[in-house]
Ligand binder design. Structure first.
Ligand code: HEM
Length: 445
């Protein structure tokens, strides 16, 4: 079969998914790891609103591999260096992404990189890889510099801005232009549509499963359709004009498998949508958290930007959870885990384990300085995942955050607006729930 065939469709009916979870849990042939396995709405809500303390407490009580019943089903969490390495590298083939909770993103993203496995994933990654090689990232720097300059031009001394929203539009402009050659006049509308579509995943779970007019699901699908129109228009324009460049869209349009078959239009759309999402949402949150910490630690202002970024991604790894479904039963850290059940690694909690990190809550970029960095155990620090499915956009994201942060730091001091208290929203990525309201002070030349 062609490696471009794509996976079988998965039902996006939440009730069927629920029933399937229950069926698979009952079929488990191995007992679940220790944990809290009775139904609890309070725990379910806590997980949705504030998962970090819940996970750290469970680690304390049960060890690195434990079970929490979230809503209707048992979910296994595996924290710490050994667990991260096991899931992302050593035994990665025993875990499906599509059948884990990334599957919840199917109604928005379709069969893109976050929701596919096996041969289709490998061939898709192969197609897109050249767009993320070092020299392509270097070429994209010009686009990044140009867009940042344009976005920062209107800033004036004493200006109040929401840095999170400012960065979202900027990051989307950069991703649209550098990765897909898309028209950037549509960036503000696209930023708004993404915010609306992604906001769906931050809603109460019970609100997410209702369907019908004026429900959150329907509004998410409306935003999806507007984004689709933008993507399909560009696919059709490129097909009609034959115009190509060195961007990801050109690679997707021209790719053929061993039989000479191309990717379906639907799959091209799914890859573009997934990269647009993954390529702007994570960088947006990271820039906001970086300047949040710098506003609270002005003494760190002149610290090496790479160290600042590493430490920001330790405390706030935007893609904080790696949701999977185990295929066969396995053993990890001396604990047996059934096959066929949700298993998550979690960088956010792993990055704050007191037995792995000294003073884990402290913002301390020097822990990544040469000399100290080497002491970090393998698998302890995984903001970009690991193994053969390491973040495809890692270098792109790092370069982009570097360009934005350097440009801001060169001319401005950002202060948090008075009364601001950070609340973190966790789905589908972590970000500041109420944006990042700041005041920009021009630096004396
Ligand atoms: C600070 C920025 C970013 C962070 C923290 C981040 C984090 C991650 C993480 C943790 C994963 C693995 C998830 C898992 O194991 O379950 C991942 C995968 C991925 N990321 Fe990123 N990411 C960032 C930026 C980007 C950018 C800019 C792009 C695209 C332009 C991108 C595209 C992807 C893709 C396509 C995958 C799936 C790779 C695969 O399955 O082969 N990411 N990212």
């Amino acid at each position: 079969m062609s490696s471009f065939a794509g996976p079988a469709p998965v039902s996006t009916n939440p009730l069927l998914a629920l029933a399937d979870d229950i069926r698979r849990e009952r079929a488990a042939t191995v007992p679940f790891p220790p944990g809290e396995t009775s139904f609890s709405m309070a725990r379910t809500r806590r997980f949705a609103r504030d998962p970090l303390p819940l996970l750290l407490e469970a680690y304390e009580r049960f060890g690195p591999v434990f079970t929490l019943r979230i809503l209707h089903g048992n979910v296994v969490f595996a924290l710490g260096p050994e667990a991260n390495h096991h899931i992302t590298v050593a035994n990665a083939a025993n875990f499906s992404w599509r059948e884990g909770h990334f599957g919840d993103l199917l109604p928005l993203l379709g069969d893109g990189m976050l929701t596919i496995d096996g041969a289709f994933h490998r061939s898709s990654r192969q197609i897109m890889l050249p767009a993320f090689h070092r020299e392509r990232i270097e070429a994209a720097r010009d686009v990044m510099e140009d867009e940042v300059q344009r976005a920062i031009d209107p800033w004036h001394d004493g200006m109040r801005l929401d840095l999170y929203h400012w960065t979202r539009e900027l990051a989307l402009r950069i991703a649209m232009r550098a990765l897909f050659g898309l028209r950037q006049e549509s960036a503000p509308q696209a930023a708004h549509d993404f915010e609306q579509a992604l906001g769906f995943y931050a809603r109460d779970y019970l609100l997410q499963i209702v369907r019908g007019p004026r429900t959150p699901f329907t509004r998410m699908q409306e935003a999806r359709r507007r984004l689709d129109a933008l993507i399909y228009a560009e696919i059709h324009r490129r097909r009609a004009t034959g115009q190509r460049g060195e961007d990801v869209l050109s690679l997707l349009l021209d790719a053929t498998d061993e039989d000479g078959t191309g990717l379906s239009e639907q799959h091209i759309r799914d890859h573009v949508m997934t990269l647009l999402f993954a390529g702007h949402d994570t960088t947006t949150s990271t820039v906001a958290f970086l300047f949040y910490e710098l506003a609270r630690h002005p003494e760190q202002r002149d610290t090496d930007l790479d160290l600042l970024l590493d430490e920001t991604l330790r405390l706030y790894p935007a893609a904080w959870i790696g949701p999977r479904r185990s295929i066969a039963p396995f053993e990890l850290c001396g604990v047996h885990v059934p096959g066929g059940i949700p298993v998550n690694y979690c960088s956010w909690a792993s990055h704050r384990l007191p037995d792995v990190w000294e003073d884990p809550e402290r913002f301390d970029p020097s822990r990544f300085a040469p000399g100290r960095r080497e002491a970090i155990p393998k698998g302890a620090y995984v903001p970009f995942g690991g193994g053969s499915r390491t973040c495809l956009g890692m270098r792109f994201g790092q370069a982009e955050i570097g360009v934005i942060a350097r440009r801001v730091l060169a001319g401005w001091d950002l202060e948090l607006q008075p009364g601001y208290a950070l609340r973190v929203r966790q789905m589908p990525t972590i970000g500041p729930r109420d944006g990042m309201p700041m005041v920009a002070h021009a630096r004396a030349a």
